[in-house]
Ligand binder design. Sequence first.
Ligand code: NAD
Length: 260
Amino acid sequence: MATPLIIMGAGGRMGRTIATLAEEDNTYSLAALVDRADHLAQLHAGNGCLITDDLRAALAHCADAVIIDFTAPEVSLNTARQAAESGHAAVIGTTGLDEAQRAELAGLAQKTPLFWSSNMSVGINVLRKILPELTRALGDKYDIEMVELHHNRKKDSPSGTALTLGECLAEARGWNLPDVRCSARDGIIGERPKAQIGIQAIRGGDVVGVHTIYFMGPGERIEVTHQAHSRETFAQGALRAAAWLKGRAAGRLYGMQDIF
Ligand code: NAD
């Protein structure tokens, strides 16, 4: 049976891509498209799909739908709160959540099936597996830095993906990312401390997302780059997550590593 979906933020860059792919794939059906009232005019869907600015109405319209939410941190938390009340499952792809917001999400995942990932592409999730191995194999003589590029409308910096990759690099060194992250260098800053991971952000144009990790050691360096060519890779991951989440038990906040 097709997985019914409620797309939250359906008028946004990710929401539009997810809705388009879901419409072309008969393993999904669109139950509702939700966005702010001033964005509804641009939304179109087939018969039976509700278009609304009221998430509660969408939840009442389809009791067994999985919500997919790519919006903004406070909006996604509100989605998760409502999902916990109604018992709907929800896949959240929004980045820029602070620690308290992530903790609240984890708490709500005790009540209803919730899934969150800062990057839903296959490539980035494979990188999350191999970067710690590379870090350990190279040893601590290699300085680790990262540069990420995104389009000029991106609101958070560094990207959620850069922070997720940074966390797995720090962990492989036995560090805590907030203690060692350096995202600004200006003026007479002195020598680079050994216990540091630089993460710098570049913004411009319509870049979907590029992350390069540099391992710089004595006499050589390795660069590992992931380039997202289109938003489809994230959208396909979100759809796959929704199908995976349907029917799963609540209990903990799921992520891409649970699917792979
Ligand atoms: P966007 O600004 O194009 O879209 C956000 C949409 O949410 C807009 O249509 C906006 O109107 C809607 N929205 C805002 N408040 C709302 C509300 N109260 N109710 C209903 N709709 C509301 O942004 P985007 O580029 O689609 O990105 C959205 C989020 O997804 C960002 O945090 C981005 O970093 C993240 N993202 C994650 C991944 C991933 O793989 N996890 C990939 C790409 C983007």
